[in-house]
Design a protein around this ligand. Structure first.
Ligand code: ADP
Length: 169
């Protein structure tokens, strides 16, 4: 174990170190891309302290979206949801950090913009539930499923911050 993970006696600590490896899937939906909100949304996750480990832009095929939203297939808005989500490019990202799933949901805000508090992404940038700018996984299991759906393993990168290394070559 690296020194900061060892106790005073040099043993690996079993204590409650935060799980900094939790990951979530965040997507800027087509309306967010079209309204030039990608940069501001990335900025919020960066400044909160999360780590970007994967990102790409694509126009999502319907079969990918139908798997992504499979739990909603019986909802009346499902067909229009798929049309909306495939209508233009999305920017999909994987963010990593302590409690990133739950914290991201709080940052994104309520599904319906009427309920989304100011200060949240939806509360600041959206007015209608069918154009709510951003997606965030709603549980760690859901996040894992969605990350596997949208990304190949090699598209997720491991990196350390320059302030954690002691050489500058
Ligand atoms: P969330 O995105 O907050 O996790 P849901 O999983 O319930 O919310 O819904 C997925 C997406 O489906 C929402 O973000 C929104 O784009 C769309 N949606 C949800 N409810 C409605 C609705 N009543 N009418 C139109 N679109 C909806």
């Amino acid at each position: 174990a690296p020194p900061w993970r060892r106790g005073a006696a040099g043993h690996r600590r079993k204590s409650s170190l935060p799980d900094v490896r939790e990951r979530t899937l965040i997507a800027v939906k087509p309306d967010g891309v079209q309204r030039r909100l990608v940069g501001q949304i990335i900025q919020r996750f960066e400044q909160r302290g999360f780590k970007l480990v994967g990102m790409k832009m694509l126009q999502a095929p319907e079969d990918l979206l139908s798997q992504h939203y499979s739990e909603l297939r019986m909802k009346p808005f499902y067909p229009s949801l798929l049309r909306y989500m495939s209508s233009g490019p999305v920017v999909v990202m994987v963010w990593e950090g302590h409690n990133v799933v739950q914290t991201s949901r709080a940052m994104v805000g309520h599904t319906n913009p009427v309920e989304a508090l100011p200060g949240t992404i939806r509360g600041d940038f959206s007015i209608h539930v069918s154009r709510n700018v951003v997606h965030a996984s709603d549980s760690p299991d859901g996040a894992q499923r969605e990350i596997q759906l949208w990304f190949q393993g090699k598209e997720l990168l491991k990196w350390d911050c320059c302030d954690q290394t002691n050489t500058c070559e």
